[in-house]
Design a protein around this ligand. Structure first.
Ligand SMILES: [Zn+2]
Length: 310
């Protein structure tokens, strides 16, 4: 597939440069020799090349070949020293970077790229959300760290986000949206958690994409009434995993159906495996008086053991 000009690397990099060049610079002038742009763009390059260590990446940049690459490909004028690179990146509020997600997304909408490659059902796109951890330490911490206490007395400090991405089962690349940080705030004793971050994320996705038809996809942690209500009030659909142990009331309700009251379809594939689809509409999610009703779908794959029936 020929890459469109507004989607090629140079054009996307230039847009990122523009954003980095206009970020408010809160660093103390006396302590910085490198532009914020060069620090952030070097950090981005490190991610782009999937180099696991920023320090190692910076060391390799001292070699001429790599230096040239960073200058021509990423528009970095002066290669920042490791310590200044890290400190400068830390000073930037991640919310300041968020416009780039919207910018890249509208580029994908231009020329119908998104529609042609990612539309799952007419005017509907699948948006998966899940928690991911990007920092963990037993020694280094800040006031926003999430803390986990272990029985042997150790405490680990971590940073996590809820990440949303538009995806399609037939396409390898996913389109990340702006993540929502799972972080503790000063003066709040209660820890932040994935489900709360997910609840904050939904209206933000809707605000960033007011017209987009969205199906939210997530794990069993999210298939609870408050989150589903949140998704529905943002006028989104949902496909969430329901673990039987987390949904005993709903499962008992479904088990009480007569076999012929459950919709069922199945087919046998070339390997003689049976794929069975079952679904029922309008079942109560829980035993609460105000329980919402939902649709339930179950898929089973039944493989015959070798030699069976011989
Ligand atoms: Zn921290």
């Amino acid at each position: 597939m020929k890459s469109k000009k507004h989607l090629n690397f140079g054009s996307l990099r230039a847009e990122l440069s523009l954003l980095f060049n206009h970020l408010p610079d809160n660093r103390q002038a006396s302590k910085t020799n490198y532009s914020l742009h060069d620090c952030l763009m070097s950090g981005f390059a490190c991610m782009y090349f999937q180099e696991p260590s920023l320090l190692q990446f910076q060391k390799e940049l001292r070699e001429k070949h790599n230096r040239d690459n960073l200058q021509t490909l990423f528009g970095v004028k002066d290669i920042p020293k490791y310590s200044q690179m890290g400190d400068s990146i830390d000073e930037v509020n991640s919310e300041e970077i968020s416009p780039i997600f919207g910018n890249y997304f509208s580029r994908l909408q231009r020329g119908k790229y998104l529609l042609l490659h990612y539309q799952l059902f007419p005017e509907l796109y699948l948006c998966s959300i899940d928690g991911t951890q990007y920092f963990s330490s037993e020694n280094i911490k800040c006031s926003n760290c999430l803390t986990t206490k272990y029985s042997e007395g150790t405490i680990s400090y971590s940073h996590k986000v809820m990440q949303a991405a538009i995806m399609h089962p037939g396409v390898r690349q996913v389109i990340p949206l702006m993540p929502e940080e799972i972080r503790n705030t000063d003066g709040n004793d209660k820890q932040d958690c994935e489900i709360n971050a997910a609840k904050r994320l939904i209206p933000k996705i809707r605000k960033a994409h007011p017209q987009l038809g969205i199906i939210i996809n997530g794990d069993s942690l999210l298939s609870k009434q408050p989150f589903i209500k949140n998704v529905l009030s943002a006028k989104m659909h949902y496909i969430l995993v329901a673990k039987p142990g987390d949904h005993t009331y709903m499962m008992e309700w479904i088990d009480a159906y007569e076999p012929d009251e459950i919709n069922r379809k199945s087919f046998t594939d070339k390997k003689k495996r049976i794929h069975e689809y079952e679904w029922v509409n309008d079942v109560p999610l829980n035993g609460g008086e105000d329980s919402i009703n939902t649709n339930f779908f179950r898929y089973k794959i039944i493989a015959k053991l070798r030699n069976e029936g011989d």
